[in-house]
Write a protein that binds this ligand. Structure first.
Ligand SMILES: Cc1cc2nc3c(=O)[nH]c(=O)nc-3n(C[C@H](O)[C@H](O)[C@H](O)COP(=O)(O)O)c2cc1C
Length: 357
């Protein structure tokens, strides 16, 4: 990688964190859809609040709670501090953690430590490597796969599909040919599970079906209602090129809001699990706009194995309230379980969600 290209990548990663912390990057009026649902209250819970057990499993391993810290960063020096602090929190709560795209680690060995640090501070939890669809489309070599996995002693590889983000990114890569074919090749040779996620536009049932047929073990919906990555990249584009726009104004408004709401993705993909046409077993992660423990609880009742969050976790880290925030979310979750009479996570999954009128 040339020095120029490397500097551009570092600028991009820096500005992603800064814009997600301080910019207006929410969807314009489009929500996750969780507010459409409420749990049926149980006036007879027959439980002691203190006995409620929020531990669960993910990809066959026991975890402390049905929450994951979504892929965010790595690949520049300050990212090491962020990743260290995320790793410390994930280890403390015994929850899985994803790192940001590792493209930089493949192209330049200087910043590998900003990824590797997570394993140092989180020796016992599940940690997931991360790479983008355009890299997968080119065909990852065995050496590239083992570099990513070995750096983290990773429990799996997350591939992100981010067509809208790349389209809006000033330096984006919009060649998405052969992603599915290369994913099939990757899942056949890699020794760990492959997770596929979006970054805020959601995954439809028909795409989920193709991914599962290609050997993907987990679909992380990363639906609309949280961050609009089109907005993040539009802010970067405007900083570089001024107000010059590539789209007509009415279309731009609609593109900035492009995506399937998180709850809708869950409803649609959950239906695939009930089909009896021989689809391989798979798990679902709910993400995109998760902001409290009630969202986590609703995610589970809508078919997810766990919920994952990026932006609110990053904000809490920035404000010095990460542990407090996670504790409050897990307490919300326990409260929902108490009020619905679910002593365990498998029981919560079977609770009724009512559609609000
Ligand atoms: C600063 C930042 C950087 C991110 N970088 C990546 C990345 O490198 N790879 C990836 O798969 N997702 C990345 N994401 C997307 C998140 O993992 C997540 O899918 C998305 O932000 C939606 O979740 P949220 O609404 O909880 O933020 C990033 C998110 C943030 C906030």
């Amino acid at each position: 990688m040339s020095d120029n290209a490397s500097n551009r990548t570092i600028e991009r990663k820096h500005s992603h964190v800064e814009i997600c912390l301080h910019g207006d990057v929410a969807f314009n009026g489009k929500t996750t859809g969780f507010e459409r649902f409420e749990f049926e209250p149980n006036a007879l819970p027959e439980l002691s609040f203190s006995d409620i057990d929020i531990s669960t499993t993910f990809l066959g391993k026991t975890i402390g709670a049905p929450l994951m810290i979504s892929s965010m960063t790595g690949g520049y020096s300050e990212a090491a501090t962020l990743n260290q602090r995320l790793a410390e929190a994930a280890e403390r709560f015994r929850i899985p953690l994803g790192v940001g795209s590792m493209r930089q680690a493949l192209e330049n060995s200087s910043y590998r430590e900003s990824f590797a640090i997570v394993r140092k501070y989180a020796p016992s939890i599940q940690i997931f490597a991360n790479i983008g669809a355009p890299e997968v489309a080119k065909g990852l070599t065995d050496n590239e796969v083992s570099t990513m996995l070995d750096l983290l002693q990773a429990d799996g590889l997350i591939v992100h599909l981010n067509a809208a983000q790349e389209l809006f990114q000033p330096e984006g890569n919009t060649d998405f040919r052969h992603v599915l074919e290369q994913l099939s090749i990757l899942t056949a040779k890699i020794p760990v599970p492959v997770i596929v996620k979006e970054v805020g536009c959601g995954i439809s049932a028909s795409v989920a079906r193709q991914l599962i047929e290609a050997g993907v073990k987990v679909i992380d919906v990363a639906g609309a209602g949280g961050i609009s990555w089109q907005k993040v990249e539009e802010i970067r584009y405007t900083r570089q090129f001024g107000q010059e726009t590539r789209f007509s104004l009415p279309a731009l408004e609609e593109f900035l809001n492009w995506g399937i709401p998180t709850a809708q993705c869950l409803l649609d993909i959950r239906a695939l699990k009930n089909e009896s046409d021989g689809l391989n077993a798979f798990e679902i992660i709910a993400s995109g706009g998760i902001r409290c423990g009630i969202d986590i609880a609703k995610s589970l009742a809508l078919g997810a194995q766990l919920a994952a969050s990026a932006r609110y976790i990053l904000k809490a880290l920035h404000e010095g309230t990460l542990e407090e925030t996670i504790n409050s979310w897990l307490n919300d979750l326990r409260a929902v379980m108490f009020l619905t009479g679910a002593g365990t996570i498998p029981e919560l999954r079977n609770k009724n969600l009512l559609i609000k009128h």
